[in-house]
Design a protein around this ligand. Structure first.
Ligand SMILES: NC(=O)c1ccc[n+]([C@@H]2O[C@H](COP(=O)([O-])OP(=O)(O)OC[C@H]3O[C@@H](n4cnc5c(N)ncnc54)[C@H](OP(=O)(O)O)[C@@H]3O)[C@@H](O)[C@H]2O)c1
Length: 245
């Protein structure tokens, strides 16, 4: 199943930890050409050294700045002449009850989780249109399917990612572009570190006791990428086997 991955040019946002990092490791093993973005350059650089990537294969990128996302995608085109996969993965989850009025955190979730994904689309779509091929893989969540107390704004951003991805799917038919939503349940990463509300953090720690390894996500990405070009895996929703929510 890896023959459709070998040589593909893959841009990953949020590659400095968690799901993005695990995916970079797996796709590197499977022969993809990676261009990695995140804000923590030191983490990207040590990952690049470990995976034997060129120094230029990592780009310090804040996805809330559309110009930085454009520079990330431009780097892939400069290095490899094309973009086969845009993995819009960067995200934050500072969950809290609305009554706490953590309005700055609402803004951050909207900026990173929604606008960051849209900037990724804006940067890579013209390249893929010209190629008449490509694949967007946008990371939503179980929270893109349901909402619970404390998770309102995060769930709203992930519902938005699913709607944007489905609209994109319908619009890019003339260009032979594939669109995949990946919606994970609890996966062990640094995501819960962004929660500042102590009550929500305690509840979330309990939920994440059953969290599965980030390799689970990487395998889903690899599966969606490795399908024949006329097969478009539109969404994968997965959870730990023990997760009820
Ligand atoms: N883990 C789960 O259980 C789970 C479940 C469902 C969905 N997800 C989604 O999976 C995605 C990846 O999260 P994760 O679980 O791997 O968490 P993580 O370990 O915290 O990774 C998040 C990544 O996003 C990057 N990031 C955050 N803000 C950014 C910004 N402004 N610009 C660029 N990059 C930024 C971080 O890098 P820097 O800090 O270096 O910028 C990091 O690489 C997110 O979209 C998350 O919502 C995760």
């Amino acid at each position: 199943m890896t023959e459709n991955i070998q040589g593909k040019v893959v841009v990953i946002t949020g590659a400095s930890s968690g799901l993005g990092e695990a995916t970079a490791r797996l796709l590197a093993l499977q022969g993809a050409k990676l261009v990695l973005g995140a804000r923590r350059l030191d983490r990207l650089q040590s990952l690049a050294r470990e995976l034997n990537l060129a120094d230029q294969a990592v780009v310090q990128t804040d996805v809330t700045d559309r110009h930085q996302v454009q520079q990330l995608v431009d780097r892939a085109v400069d290095l490899h002449g094309r973009v086969d996969v845009m993995l819009n993965n960067a995200g934050v989850m500072p969950s809290a009850m609305l009554e706490r009025l953590h309005v700055d955190e609402w803004d951050r979730m909207i900026d990173v989780n929604i606008k960051g994904v849209m900037y990724g689309i804006a940067a890579a779509l013209p390249v893929m249109q010209k190629q008449k091929s490509g694949q967007f893989i946008n990371v939503a969540s179980v929270a893109g399917h349901k909402v619970g107390p404390g998770g309102t704004v995060y769930a709203a951003t992930k519902h938005a990612v699913r709607v944007i991805s489905e609209g994109l799917r319908q619009e890019v038919k003339p260009y032979n572009i594939r669109t995949t939503i990946v919606s994970p349940g609890a996966v062990a990463t640094e995501l819960t570190d962004t929660i500042t509300d102590p009550d929500v953090a305690a509840g979330m720690r309990q939920v994440y006791e059953q969290a599965i390894s980030a390799d689970s996500f990487a395998r889903v990405v690899s599966f969606a990428m490795s399908q024949p070009e006329d097969v478009d895996i539109n969404e994968v929703l997965f959870r730990p086997t023990s997760q009820a929510y």
